[in-house]
Design a binder for this molecule. Structure first.
Ligand code: HEM
Length: 511
């Protein structure tokens, strides 16, 4: 009943919120906005009456609006309408300034709290103390111990999910809807790292975790529609009708009990153990542990999944590079199994993946920050308290002044740059995991993605395993063209319905 009512009420309420907020700005109702605006142009009209249209355009066509803003203000700032706000998007030299702005003024944590309503949904343990950061740092330090788990699960996940999603075609090929199948495959791989066997293969657990993460996201969207002082009551009310988060806590409690009964050094090697070791209170709030788990699972899953599918579409659309990658893998691994150390030696693959991410158009804007205090950029532009600011991303990746032949996919681009600049083969300047002002996939500065080493390991392992074990191609109907991306609210998702064909390669009995 509640959900039916929400389904009916949500669109008009959202539209009203967009309208009132946008109109207030357009008509000068927001004093700060008017008095402090210095040279920050809205890229679509914010004139009264046009605001609501701008907000709708902003949400649907953020991709092209941000591109237009970038072309007009390459080394400046502009505003776009987005979900009832007019965030300022900075570009050029101001990206570095944004990356190094103090957290006390432009806050990443406050942006997370606002968008994900972490404090209400999972308590202050995660929202204030950010224990997830120490968990990821611990995960990164132990990556080599996590690699064998990912390797084992890759084998199992591909076998089961290809069986489940694959449709048999001629000559031993199977056709797989890549987006859907690899969503389940990466969920299983991440679950192996996060909670280990046997739960990572338990359908009930996997479904609850996925629902739990989705539930957190929906509740956050709904809570943000209420005024701040009513959100706590609204949350209590929602809990009566949606208890997926509470169900996850109930499912996880016996596992936590079991692990508490073990000595710390006997506990399994997974993210749950790392979370438990960071929550040191005697009677920890289970919401902190489960909330941290769900938050990290959610962040890790969406990103590794979409990144891998983007890469897969490049692999099948540019088959001429496949043998070069296989040859490098053969040279590095010989006949041995894929090891963590050898993944680090695959320099062509590293360059390939950085270029695939650059070209995938992953996101038009990144480094979102919430002003908890007014902040003044060096050009005098003030971001008033309570406003959002972000950095332009994809248009930089596609800028021909920054990247030669920017629209072309040149997989060895970063390797060649390393050589051309006379950097040694161990230089990390253009490595996949290195953030830069002209490569913003990981963000920049102190909040640059802490999970990037883990993500790189998972994606690399999956690519190497697939190249060794399978021949891959696009169906004939695709005519050799990379399946088109889907642009949603500033993000570029890999094509949701494209099929990729896989055929087991003969004569390989090692992984
Ligand atoms: C290819 C996959 C991934 C991409 C492209 C990606 C990208 C990003 C970006 C753009 C940011 C924001 C940086 C900023 O605002 O300055 C970020 C932050 C973050 N990422 Fe990732 N990410 C990926 C995978 C992961 C994984 C696997 C994890 C967890 C294991 C993770 C955990 C986080 C966390 C916790 C933050 C917030 C950092 C902070 O609070 O300072 N990410 N990521």
């Amino acid at each position: 009943m509640l959900f039916e009512a929400l389904a009916v009420l949500t669109p008009p309420v959202l539209l009203y919120k967009w309208y009132t907020s946008a109109s207030r700005q357009a008509t000068g109702g927001n004093h700060d906005e008017q008095t402090h605006r210095v040279d920050v142009e809205p890229i679509v009209s914010d004139a009264f009456g046009m605001s609501i249209l701008s907000q709708i355009r902003g949400a649907i066509w953020a991709h092209s609006i941000i591109q237009k803003g970038y072309e007009q203000h390459k080394n400046g700032m502009f505003k776009i309408p987005f979900f009832g706000q007019w965030p300022t998007i900075v570009s050029g030299e101001y990206i570095k300034e944004l990356a190094h702005a103090p957290e006390s003024h432009l806050s990443f944590q406050a942006m997370l709290n606002e968008f994900m309503q972490l404090e209400l949904l999972v308590g202050t343990g995660i929202s204030h103390d950010a224990i997830y950061l120490s968990v990821i740092r611990a995960l990164t330090r132990r990556l080599s111990a996590f690699h064998p788990e990912i390797a084992d699960e890759t084998r199992a996940a591909l076998a089961t999910q290809f069986e489940k999603h694959g449709k048999k075609e001629k000559d031993g090929w199977i056709s797989v809807k890549a987006f859907k199948a690899f969503s389940e495959i990466t969920t299983q791989l991440n679950a192996r790292a996060f909670i280990g066997l046997p739960l990572c293969r338990d359908q009930k657990w996997m479904t609850s975790i996925q629902k739990g993460g989705a539930d957190m996201s929906w509740r956050a969207v709904l809570l943000r529609m209420f005024p701040e002082h009513r959100r706590s009551d609204a949350n209590e009310y929602m809990k009566r009708y949606s208890h997926v988060l509470e169900d996850c806590i109930a499912l996880l409690n016996p596992v936590l009990e079991q692990r508490r009964a073990m000595r710390e050094d006997e506990r399994p090697n997974d993210v749950l153990t790392l979370i438990m070791s960071q929550v040191t209170e005697e009677e920890p709030d289970p919401r902190t542990i489960v909330g941290t788990y769900l938050f990290l699972e959610r962040v890790a899953q969406g990103t590794t999944h979409t990144t891998f599918v983007h890469v897969l579409y490049f692999l099948v659309a540019y088959p001429e590079y496949t043998e070069v990658l296989r040859e490098e893998i053969r040279q590095v691994h010989g006949d041995g199994p894929i090891s963590f150390a050898s993944l680090g030696e695959l320099r062509k693959l590293d360059s390939y993946l950085r270029e695939a991410i650059r070209c995938s158009g992953f996101s038009s804007a990144t480094m979102n920050r919430f002003a908890v205090q007014e902040y003044t950029f060096s050009n005098g532009v003030k971001i008033p308290k309570g406003k959002l600011v972000a950095a332009v991303a994809n248009p930089i990746h596609m800028d021909p002044d920054i990247y030669e032949d920017a629209k072309e996919f040149k997989p060895w681009r970063f390797l060649e740059r390393t050589g051309a600049e006379g950097l040694g083969k161990d230089s990390k300047k253009y490595a996949l995991v290195t953030p830069a002002e002209d490569f913003l996939a990981w963000g920049l500065g102190k909040h640059a993605c802490p999970g990037r080493w883990y993500a790189a390991m998972v994606v690399k392992h999956l690519v190497v395993y697939i190249l060794l074990q399978y021949d891959i191609k696009l169906p004939d109907s695709a005519k050799g063209k990379r399946p088109a991306n889907l642009h949603v609210m500033g993000s570029s998702l890999p094509n949701l319905s494209a099929k990729v064909l896989f055929k087991r390669r003969e004569g390989l009995d090692w992984e």
